[in-house]
Design a protein around this ligand. Structure first.
Ligand SMILES: [Zn+2]
Length: 234
């Protein structure tokens, strides 16, 4: 098992990362439990979402937020904003980009499921701006774009390509490819992040190219997904 993560988050006391396929599909509750057991984290404290490829962000900042979340059977949304300790949040991806965004003091840590629809709907920008609202306008935004399908493989039709600006499109041999990380980066910059604070997983870790480490919906037409999570110890 490998965990793809950014050590800057660990420096703030946040355990996080995107877990390789060796742990099994994140859709199976037993795999999720087994994985968090290896980290000595009670999986009952890891919250999940019903992802719908939108731009809705679920905040878990106050005790009230957590209570509201627990009251509802299944939350729809594609991103988290975590402020509470003793609590963690999870998303599932298999080609979409897991995006981690936080302020340099770690007051708010965001995790977003960024497929092309969510990105086209402005989710990366929205989560960065949400952090600024909660942590202060002058915070320094930091981000890590985890393993996802890269421009080498992410071919799209004209209608999907039309959702993006030229900055995210790569044209090769009459085909159009989307560079999700380029678009996510552009949105974070427009929200006030500095380029040097945005890191992306190596393009060599494209989920479609790297079969050993990742599930890929495009490659295998599978429903199996990798776990991405953030957790603030109590
Ligand atoms: Zn690839």
């Amino acid at each position: 098992m490998k965990i793809f993560s950014d050590e800057r988050l660990l420096g703030l006391g946040v355990i996080s990362g995107t877990v390789s396929r060796h742990t099994g599909s994140g859709r199976e509750a037993q795999n999720v439990k087994k994985f968090f057991d290896t980290l000595d984290i009670d999986s009952a404290n890891i919250l999940g979402l019903r992802q719908v490829h939108g731009a809705h962000i679920v905040p878990i900042i106050s005790g009230e937020d957590l209570k509201n979340y627990r009251k509802t059977a299944m939350h729809e949304g594609d991103a988290w904003l975590l402020g509470r300790a003793g609590c963690g949040c999870m998303i599932l991806t298999a080609d979409c980009a897991p995006l981690y965004v936080w302020n340099d003091r770690g007051i708010c840590v965001g995790l977003a499921h960024c497929g092309w629809r969510g990105v086209a709907a402005g989710l990366p920008r929205k989560i960065a701006e949400d952090i600024k609202i909660r942590a202060g306008k002058n915070v320094r935004l930091c981000a890590y774009i985890g393993p996802h399908i890269n421009a080498c493989c992410f071919e799209v039709r004209e209608d999907a390509a039309g959702q993006f600006g030229q900055r995210a499109l790569v044209k090769k041999g009459g085909k159009i490819f989307v560079d999700l990380a380029a678009e996510i980066t552009a949105q974070l910059l427009s929200a006030g992040a500095d380029a040097k604070d945005i890191r992306r997983e190596c393009a060599c870790n494209c989920t479609m190219c790297n079969k050993e480490d990742f599930f890929s919906y495009r490659r295998d037409k599978t429903r199996d997904t990798m776990i991405s999570f953030i957790y603030k110890p109590a």
